[in-house]
Design a protein around this ligand. Structure first.
Ligand code: PLP
Length: 435
């Protein structure tokens, strides 16, 4: 089943593009020139595309952008310096990139129903940094999901600016259910009176109750910052609740389910627009990356199509199917399943810790991450269906992936022997089908 504009109709195996064609088709017409000038780097590009095409990319934060997004990224807009904002730049020659940024902003606002959008953050972390810079002063107290429960580095890690410059209090998830304990969040908010409450996670598989967080923030007079880096693509496709009506500021990445270039984005109301813009430039960033902003505009345009809505819903259906297959085989799927693209599972019933399990899965060609688990100190596995769904896979393929996954974790199996089966599956779903 083809559910995305990027996905080609499935072809019988004997009509599949040659490995060589698959290896280079996404790298564009300038690959030969790069090969002549710098064969060492050209081969790395070719080999990385091959690696991405040759295994199951189950990292929950990754996806395959369209060729259109790649084209914008590899365009001469990369040459342009553009400090400031459209119509108010510190450099000459910005007439055209100004148009690109205005398009990106307008599309982001329309897509998410936001009064204001800033599309300049270089990454999700830069977006969070700017949100804090706009709303907080060093030393302020912030309530966010604790890192051992799935908070991001920018939610108070001592190794990150956030933990060094702010006083973070961590809330958690219930050990048994794996669900956010909203009563605990409220109690911590009342006890610590934070200046901001942050909702968002790197590994929470369920929808977040933004209305409940808004209520808690209002209860203590705090700002609400939604760090929706993970679900923002699902929001765009109508497959997850939108934090925009509830949060003072929404931070997001553009490269996960949203399927755009690597980068960040901020959304807010008119009241905070100027503070947010100044917090990005000149407070935390210099020149905007215009090639990336143009690529964000392309991705927002794609995300506004009915095909993307179908894609977002298929991502969730696939995650549910995959989670069901893993649970049926005896893995512990936290929270009992998922509402999103993301699953976290405990491989302990198979006798492997998360690192060993990830190693076995990697040997079989299944690429994924380890993550925190709600209960105890042990880690689990985090996987997502955004990339495989872009490739055109559906529930039938999720059943195959679950089977490969479980076989790789059986103590008596040799995971490397599954490599051929994985290749056979992914060759039917090339991320960049030959045109
Ligand atoms: C919740 C959350 N916030 C922030 C980020 C940071 O994004 P980036 O890696 O682009 O800095 C991530 C990335 O995974 C994330 O999941």
């Amino acid at each position: 089943m083809s559910v995305t504009p990027a996905a080609a109709p499935r072809r019988p195996a004997d009509e599949l593009p040659s490995a060589a064609a698959q290896r280079t088709s996404a790298l564009g017409p300038d690959l030969d020139a790069l090969r002549r000038q710098d064969p060492e780097l050209a081969e790395i590009l070719v080999a990385e595309l091959q690696r991405q095409s040759d295994g199951l990319q189950l990292i929950a934060a990754e996806n395959f952008t369209s060729r259109a997004v790649l084209t914008a990224l590899g365009s001469p807009l990369a040459n342009k310096y553009a400090e400031g904002y459209p119509g108010a730049r510190h450099h000459g020659g910005c007439e055209l990139v100004d148009v690109a940024e205005r398009i990106a902003v307008d599309r982001a606002r329309a897509l998410f129903g936001a009064e204001h959008a800033n599309v300049q953050p270089h990454s999700g972390s830069s977006a969070v940094l700017a949100a804090y810079a706009a709303l907080l002063r060093p030393g302020d107290t912030v309530l966010a999901m604790g890192l051992p429960h799935g908070g991001h580095l920018t939610h108070g890690s001592p190794a990150n600016f956030s933990g060094r410059w702010f006083h973070f209090i961590g809330y958690g998830v219930e050990a048994e259910s794996g669900l956010i304990d909203y009563e605990q969040v409220r109690a911590l908010a009342r006890a610590h009176r934070p200046k901001a409450v942050v909702c968002g996670s790197i590994s929470y598989p369920r929808h977040i109750d933004y209305a409940a967080f808004r209520d808690i923030a209002d209860d203590v007079g705090a700002y609400l910052i939604a760090d929706a880096a993970h679900p923002m693509g699902l929001v765009a496709g109508g497959a997850a609740p939108n934090p925009v009506p509830y949060a003072d500021v929404v931070c997001a990445t553009t490269h996960k389910v949203l399927r755009g270039p690597r980068g960040g984005m901020l959304l807010c109301g008119h009241d905070l627009a100027e503070r947010i813009d100044r917090a990005v430039f000149p407070f935390t960033q210099g020149g905007a990356q215009m090639h990336t902003i143009a690529a964000k505009a392309v991705a927002f345009g794609e995300a506004a199509t009915p095909a993307f809505t179908a894609y977002a819903h298929q991502v969730v259906a696939n995650a549910r199917a995959l989670g069901g297959g893993l649970a049926d085989a005896g893995l512990v799927v936290t929270t009992g399943g998922t509402d999103t693209h993301l699953l976290t599972v405990d491989p302990a019933p198979f006798g492997f810790d998360a690192r060993a399990a990830r190693g076995r899965l990697s040997a079989a060609g299944l690429v994924l991450d380890t993550c925190a688990l709600p209960h105890g100190d042990s880690r689990g596995l985090r996987l997502g269906t955004a990339a495989v769904t872009t490739q055109g896979m559906g529930e039938a393929e999720m059943a195959s992936i679950a089977e490969l996954f479980v076989t790789a974790l059986r103590a008596d199996s040799e995971p490397g022997r599954l490599r051929g089966d994985v290749r056979e599956l992914v060759r039917r779903f090339p991320p960049y089908p030959d045109r």
